[in-house]
Design a protein around this ligand. Structure first.
Ligand SMILES: [Zn+2]
Length: 189
């Protein structure tokens, strides 16, 4: 390879190397902390307390109803990531709709308060938010408020994502809502 060819090659290779490492290490543009679980990208507002968020996501009943192994620790980011993935896998099981982890392109944006969630909703839809959490199918993003998140709420929104990805032609909104409702109703079964 001569020198003229090496330079563009180096620039292109450098670009992809930066892109590769950025996927895991670069903070989200709006100052949120970006974390990858085995399945999902989490964008977490810096004010969110990881421990209390993790405590709010009760997954003990999932340990009881599946063969999932308990995490070695109930604290820290690792425990939170484990719980998020566990809930996602439980939703897949309830819907009988499965995805390989590398196919999942879902992001969860976790705000520290309701005001941030509400202002995101009105920015996206130009209306007042009446939801505890919502799934924006255009961007494949679930928006939640860490202060009032529950396992059932998160599972419901994950169900919307999985249904959205699974069907080539999406069922009517009412049917999607019925399926997502089935998931949070039967989460403990
Ligand atoms: Zn819904």
């Amino acid at each position: 390879m001569n020198r003229k060819k090496i330079l563009p090659f180096t620039i292109v290779a450098g670009f992809f190397i930066v892109l590769y490492f950025c996927a895991d290490l670069c903070p989200a543009q709006d100052g949120f902390n970006t974390v990858k679980t085995a399945y999902i990208t989490l964008d977490i507002e810096p004010s969110v307390d990881i421990e209390s968020l993790s405590r709010r996501l009760d997954t003990r009943f999932i340990y009881l109803t599946t063969n999932a192994i308990k995490p070695s620790s109930e604290t820290g980011q690792g425990a939170l990531n484990y719980k998020v993935d566990l809930i996602f896998r439980k939703v897949e099981e309830l819907l009988d709709m499965y995805m390989y982890p590398e196919e999942v392109n879902l992001k969860i944006v976790i705000y520290g308060n309701k005001q941030s969630l509400d202002s995101k909703y009105s920015q996206l839809y130009g209306a007042e938010n009446t939801f505890e959490a919502f799934y924006a199918k255009e961007d494949k993003v679930i928006y939640v408020n860490a202060a009032n998140i529950l396992t059932t709420i998160l599972a419901h929104e994950m169900a919307h994502y999985i249904i959205d990805e699974y069907f080539v032609i999406n069922p009517p909104d009412k049917v999607q809502e019925l399926l997502a409702g089935y998931v949070d109703e039967h989460l403990r079964n």
